[in-house]
Design a protein around this ligand. Sequence first.
Ligand code: FES
Length: 442
Amino acid sequence: MNAERGIQGSYWLETAPPGAPAPPPSGDLTVDVAVVGGGIAGLSTAWELVRQGREVAVLEADRIAAGVTGHTTAKLTALQREAGLPAELVTETDLPFAVAGAVRVSGQAQFHPRKYLLALTDDLHRRGGTVYEGTRVVGLTEGDPCVLRTDSGMSIRADKVVIATHYPVFDRALLFTRLSPRRELVVAATIDEDRAPHGMYITPEQATRSVRTAPYRDGKRLLIVTGEHFAPGTADVEERFARLSAWADDHFAGLTFTHRWATQDNDSTDSVPLVGPLHRGSRHTYVATGFGGWGMSGGIMAGGLLSDLINSREVAWDDLYDPRRLASVVREGTSFLKHQAHVARHFVGDRLSPVTGPAPDDIPPGDGAVVRLGGRQYAVHRDENSHVQAVSARCTHLGCIVSFNRAEQAWECPCHGSRFAPDGEILQGPAVHPLEKRDIPE
Ligand code: FES
């Protein structure tokens, strides 16, 4: 992203780069547990299970700990729960600007999520677990055993299946009606050690900003600032990055920005993650999703909870996270209706929109637009060398119309957050099929 300006992508990926990819399965497999998705929730679940003697395979469509987890804002915090932690009201912080007051919870951890997960994966391997990368799961038949089908035509038979793909790629409980995706931006800049705050901070305002630092090079630390929430496919992301950088510069003065990236969270309608059986009739399938902005702590929690459920252990608090919980109209009603209205607006409105979009020749280099030609909607992208390619504008998940995020060079679906590269390949589910390639009619 923005290589021409010397701006890197995710700091977590830069400082813990992926090694050689683990190959996909070379034939059909049979395991005790198949975990679909190699982010923090999937790897944590797999690691817990191999420690308990289960034979486990992790199936990751791309590279492990490189998707949402590799682009995390890395807030590992206990601040989202009323847990009776020792909190105190203070007016002094190590921020370089005054605050009216702050609630401080001491003794929280900061960590490098990829270093943590790569070490966890090494231990997973040592204990006999297997990770398959470049392995997209496109089909699930529930049964005894369950059978998963990969995009290369392999079958994986498993007694238990865990869907930990961030937004669930198999969704018989219609969880997509209870999950709202939102993107969040991150900018990072070098800062002298003696100016760097060492706590983690989050503002309470509606336009939330959060701040932490991490070790960097040449005796400097990296100041990491996050904020700017918006639904995928609905915002001018370049303008949002500029706003976030301006806030950082206003509060820390004289920064040289080195990185920027974005992450995506799924908010459940009652703000509590959905971790447990995949649907009401589910006996062998489980899901972990809806962590909101708290995927680091929530993903690790999900690993412990799902391994206990799979091993039929009593968990006193599993009802709290059970995806089958009955929605309370009072608790969920407003956000549920808001999400449905948002989806309906895009599902119906965007498809029937009379707007034809620009002519393909008018799309500037490095940009993309949805163009209606002959009654069909094309997602047309022109790269920096003026090469034009077109794909169907209809998302392969449930058919909403994608829109182009120029800052990140991606097609994004506003309904449930699927993301696609300019050539239609999947960057992020729930879609499991790429956008169909199309020729632009003469
Ligand atoms: Fe659901 Fe696109 S992600 S329709």
